[in-house]
Design a protein around this ligand. Structure first.
Ligand code: G4P
Length: 520
């Protein structure tokens, strides 16, 4: 059945409660029976790869996966994002595939660093954001101060939809400002779904501590203007509906889900590189790849390309055209996901994420459609200028070919970028975060059997270079050839040894365009 879609990601600073909320969203939608089962299964799953092992040991979430669940007549696609800042490129690309986001704020800590960065991305892409202020069961900051902090730090207008009744040990539930009902929860029922008791505000007078009750009334008199959500400003990404609760204790989770059903947009149009709009009601299937993930399961030693459906309908067994290779894929068996489980999908619609299994033929940014079309390419799936570099060579010189294969595949996945220097053919790895190197070194050794030596490089940044006039580019490359390399797409980059040098070279080379972001 073609239900309405809500395709979103959760953005937050590590430890704010993203994993807990994800589990509770799955719990309340009925997708899982007992919260904790996603984590529990993770821990006991022995068939996970070493790479996943590494992720587990370090207690970080490196990979991005997608979870599908139904709630109140909507089909939700929740795209998970890595918590660690070193994998921010992954997060950025995931945000190209969503229509809205859920921002989680820790009520004890307020607005934190990573939230600011992720919100800046959402703002630049006008992604509408719903806010959940979590951990109200702890000694949290005052809710009014939190609202003020979000407005100030994130330059985002807040419109509270729910308001906490009590805080810390006295946290009883939330008052819904639009339907004027109080949702009272029982704490201590962490892992089981529980529905709140709905009651009128007046009837709390005899149930609550008089101080809590009078504070609540006072706060409500300040914030409750009786207005419906300003949908237009929310859609534009300028205003955020705010919900309070405690994910661990199940407080306020259902309200977020209802908020998504009521306010979050369905599938939005996407733009191609030649500035054409692809509307979700366009009947032709059009899809882009925003993520490649290897080793989701050791029993399936293959790669899954996560694709966002922008228009049309995907049907199991369908023949689809891969624009980059100019070939049709016959009888495709796309996957759908519930956490780490995968199963074949019969049909998928705009907003859905499907997984295509491949053995290295699909890269991030690739496009699929129904008819032969050599120019369809979606805009805005970026590669960022790396800022950390290491020269790499195999310990066994006879393994140069395996190293090349490994690096090609890892760069198609967006796990690293690599550059071949014009002079001497030296291979340079480039990353945005240090941990990316560790993952790449580990995977080269375990998956591609190429242990390597990594040595430091004198570079601090790589900018892509181009020019309107071919001769200008050739002259520049000839002049700076010791600092020119080709990336995995054979596009030239300038490797700068300092920011000052980059600045000087840019000033001297007015005919050359220097780019810090390149489309995939
Ligand atoms: P993350 O994915 O954003 O990094 O956060 P995660 O859900 O792992 O939560 C981080 C910690 O915060 C966890 O505790 C989790 O139990 C706790 N937490 C989440 N929501 C709430 C809440 O509403 N109230 C309170 N008091 N705590 C909450 P931990 O001790 O680090 O891990 P665990 O042993 O509980 O798994």
């Amino acid at each position: 059945m073609n239900l309405q879609r809500r395709t979103f990601a959760i953005i937050s600073h590590p430890d704010a409660g993203k994993t807990t909320i994800t589990e509770k969203l799955l719990l309340f939608s009925g997708a899982i029976e007992i919260a904790g089962s996603v984590k529990g299964r993770k821990a006991s799953q022995s068939a996970r790869s070493d790479w996943m092992e590494m992720e587990k040991q370090r207690g970080i979430s490196i990979t991005t996966s997608v979870m599908q669940f139904e709630f109140n007549g909507c089909l939700f696609n929740l795209l998970d994002t890595p918590g660690h800042a070193d994998f921010s490129e992954d997060t950025y690309r995931t945000l190209t595939a969503v229509d809205s986001a859920l921002m989680v704020i820790d009520a004890v800590k307020g607005v934190e660093e990573r939230t600011k960065k992720l919100m800046a991305i959402c703002r630049s892409r006008n992604i509408p954001v719903i806010t959940f202020i979590n951990k109200l069961d702890r000694g949290a900051k005052d809710p009014l101060a939190l609202i003020d902090e979000i407005e100030r730090e994130l330059n985002l207008i807040c419109q509270p939809i729910t308001w906490p009744i009590g805080m810390g040990r006295d946290f009883k539930g939330v008052y819904h400002l639009l339907n004027k009902k109080c949702m009272i929860y029982e704490s201590g029922k962490n892992f089981l779904k529980q529905n709140p008791t709905e009651t009128e505000l007046d009837s709390l007078k005899n149930q609550l501590d008089p101080y809590i009750y009078s504070s609540l009334l006072e706060e409500l008199s300040l914030i409750d203007n009786g207005e419906a959500l300003d949908q237009q400003r929310y859609n534009a990404g300028a205003l955020t509906p705010v919900y309070f609760g405690s994910a661990l204790n199940n407080f306020g989770i259902k309200e977020i889900l209802n908020g998504f059903v009521s306010y979050a947009p369905g599938p939005l149009p996407r733009y191609t590189k030649d500035n054409q709009i692809v509307n979700p009601d366009d009947p032709e299937l059009k899809v882009f790849v925003f993520k490649i993930q290897a080793n989701m399961d050791l029993q399936h030693r293959d790669r899954v390309a996560f694709c966002r459906i922008c228009s049309g309908t995907y049907k199991r067994g369908q023949k689809i055209y891969h624009v980059e290779s100019g070939k049709f894929l016959q009888n495709t068996q796309a996957l759908t996901f519930l956490a780490q489980d995968r199963s074949h999908i019969e049909e998928a619609y705009p907003g859905d994420i499907i997984g295509l299994i491949n053995h290295g033929s699909i890269a991030i940014g690739d496009t699929f459609c129904e008819k032969k079309n050599s120019s369809l390419k979606f805009k805005g799936i970026p590669r960022f200028a790396p800022e950390i570099f290491k020269a790499v060579r195999p310990i066994d010189p006879l393994k140069a070919k395996q190293l090349n294969n490994g690096l090609t595949q890892l760069s198609q996945e967006g796990a690293t970028q690599y550059f071949k220097k014009m002079i001497g053919n030296e291979l340079i790895l480039g990353a945005v975060g240090m941990l990316q190197f560790d993952v790449v070194a580990h995977r080269l050794e375990t998956e591609y059997q190429v242990p390597c030596l990594y040595t430091s490089c004198p570079y601090v940044i790589a900018y892509w270079i181009s020019a309107d006039n071919k001769n200008d580019l050739e002259a520049f490359i000839a002049h700076y050839q010791s600092q020119i390399a080709l990336d995995s797409h054979n596009e030239p980059v300038f490797l700068a040894t300092s920011r000052v040098q980059l600045q000087l070279v840019m000033e001297r080379s007015k005919n050359i365009k220097f780019l810090s972001i390149q489309d995939s």
